[in-house]
Structure formats: C-alpha cells, structure tokens
Design a protein. Structure first.
Length: 123
C-alpha cells in the first residue's frame, strides 16, 4: 500500500520543523520528539536518526547539561549552517505552499482552440 500524502509531507518537512524548533531555543531530542509528536504526530524513533544526520551535516551541534535527577542530557543547538539551512528551507516551503495553493484554487485552464475545433467537427 502506498504511503499517504500526510506521511510523505511529514517526512519532507521534518528537518524544517526541527530547525525551526531549535531556532527558538536549544533542546534535547526527547523534547523535540514530544513537541513534534503533539504538533504533527511524528514518532519518537524518527527523531534520533535525523538528529545524528543533522549533526554530521553540520546543521546542529551538541553539548551536555548536568541533571540532578539522572544522567546528563545532550542538548542540540543550531550552527551557522543550520541557520542558513532554516532560511533556505523556509523559503522553499513557502514557495511550495504558495504554488500548491495556486494549483488548488485556480480555475481550469481554457481548452486550446485546436481541441475545441476538433471536438466541434466530431459532433
């Protein structure tokens, strides 16, 4: 069974969502996963491989924060490359949404004259 459009869209914008969250403030993976689970129903297991990829791509970096209630937490923050990626992906997303909205709300294009002439001759 093919994936639904919702699943495909979620996969396509997941990096953009993580970049946007980290642009607001540094965070740890579980917190990011929880936020995205609430907002767009993304599974927690999806975040960890993405965070590793974003780190190897130079979009995020990590640091540890000591915790009194358990082990240290690994926090993520945007790098300059991450901020550039956010700007680029935000512009691409907005252009895409505008284009899709244009297609969805546009009237059907007029039938080419040659096709209309052929149809008239058939009748």
């Amino acid at each position: 069974m093919p994936e639904t459009i919702e699943i495909q869209l979620k996969k396509g914008v997941l990096t953009l969502c993580v970049l946007a969250l980290l642009n607001r403030r540094d965070s740890y993976a579980y917190e990011i996963a929880s936020t995205l689970s609430d907002a767009i129903d993304m599974g927690e297991g999806t975040i960890y491989p993405l965070m590793r990829r974003m780190q190897s791509d130079g979009q995020v970096e990590t640091y540890l924060v000591e915790s009194t209630a358990g082990p240290s937490r690994k926090y993520y923050r945007l790098t300059d490359g991450g901020r550039r990626a956010l700007e680029t992906q935000t512009a691409e997303w907005r252009a895409f949404v505008t284009a899709v909205e244009g297609v969805m709300t546009a009237e059907a294009p007029a039938e080419p004259a040659a096709v209309a002439t052929e149809r008239g001759a058939e009748q």
